[in-house]
Design a protein around this ligand. Structure first.
Ligand code: NAP
Length: 304
């Protein structure tokens, strides 16, 4: 690992390609056996912010040779209608994985509906049974972004055991599962959030820092320990220099000033994002395979 002013760049696109190639032969043999894994994305109405993610999921499925199906229900669909659609996908043997695109229109019960997805098809790892598996160290299908963050930490070469890991952001799909995965690797984990009194006091102690907030420039150089591994999950659109009205994507970490202090860091874009999509495809293949839950906390199934 580098610790001088040239950090190791954790290349998410390269890692995503590596994950894909690990599964390519298995996908091929499923296809030859007439069982091409099929990912279904269910959206209710058409949330504009979600369309970029859905396009990425479609591209990901295509590049993995998986079947992709986008089902759109009307924006005024009731809980019962969405539940019926989810149950039909649960019962359909051709469907390997189901993703309920968020946010749902106001009035629909997100958690109740996520609970309707059968845990064996829950490729985003949002069902309480899969999330509970994180606490029990019985790993089923795990949340894709948290898995991606861990896989990128692994790329840095750091041994997490006994290290100080700090997670900023405690959402159910990123911060909380990432902190449990770090804990399962025997790191000492601190989780920070909006009410953390002195964020910098925590982040400065981090050997591994995972940031998942959605606030450009939140983490500055003075908040990062020399030689840290920094995983920037945030995605924020900010005005670009390329002209009025043009936007560009940045993370939560002020990359230019933080990178020189790091042993390793993810770029945005090209870091966590592509690996998250790869983990979604990986989960779809595992679901198609009928992956049994694992028992051994030492065997975190980052790569099957
Ligand atoms: P979220 O549900 O909005 O969670 C954000 C978290 O940040 C919350 O726990 C919030 O705390 C905390 N927070 C807010 N302000 C803070 C502050 N000033 N200091 C410390 N913590 C603060 O978002 P999310 O879904 O986890 O996503 C986080 C970011 O990651 C977003 O930019 C999202 O676009 C991005 N993302 C990227 C990928 C990818 O593949 N690269 C995937 C998913 C998400 P409270 O709950 O107390 O408000």
């Amino acid at each position: 690992m580098s610790t001088d002013t040239s950090p190791l760049l954790l290349d998410g696109r390269a890692l995503a390609a590596e994950v894909r190639s690990e599964f390519a032969a298995e996908v091929q043999s499923m296809i030859e056996g007439g069982r091409r894994p099929r990912l279904v994305v269910l959206q209710v109405g058409r949330n504009e912010a979600a369309q970029a993610y859905i396009r990425g999921q479609k591209r990901g499925a295509e590049s993995w040779d998986l079947e992709f199906h986008l089902e759109t229900l009307p924006a005024d669909a009731s809980d019962a209608t969405v539940r019926k659609a989810l149950r039909a996908f649960n019962a359909d043997k051709r469907v390997s994985g189901i993703l309920l695109s968020l946010p749902l229109p106001a009035g629909l019960g997100t958690r109740t509906l996520q609970r309707e997805i059968h845990p064996s098809k829950d490729v985003e790892g949002v069902h309480p049974e899969n999330l509970g598996g994180l606490l029990w160290a019985r790993y089923g299908l795990l949340p894709c972004t948290a898995l991606a963050a861990l896989a990128l930490v692994d790329q840095s070469g750091i041994d997490l055991q006994g290290k100080e890991a700090v997670v900023v952001g405690h959402s159910e799909i990123v911060g909380k599962p990432a902190s449990l995965l770090l804990l399962a690797r025997n790191a000492t984990v601190t989780v920070c959030h909006k009410f953390t009194a002195d964020l910098a006091a925590h982040t400065r102690r981090a050997d591994v820092l995972i940031v998942a907030v959605g606030k450009a420039g939140l983490i500055t150089a003075d908040m990062v320990k020399q030689g840290a591994v920094v995983i920037d999950v945030g995605i924020n659109a900010v005005p670009s220099d390329e002209g009025p009205g043009r936007m560009r994507l940045v993370g939560d970490v002020a990359y230019d000033e933080v990178a020189p202090k790091c042993a390793a860091i993810t770029p945005v874009p090209g870091g966590v994002g592509p690996v998250t999509v790869a983990m979604l495809m990986r989960n779809t293949v595992l679901a198609a395979r009928g992956m049994p839950p694992l028992d051994d906390p030492g065997q975190l199934p980052l790569f099957a």
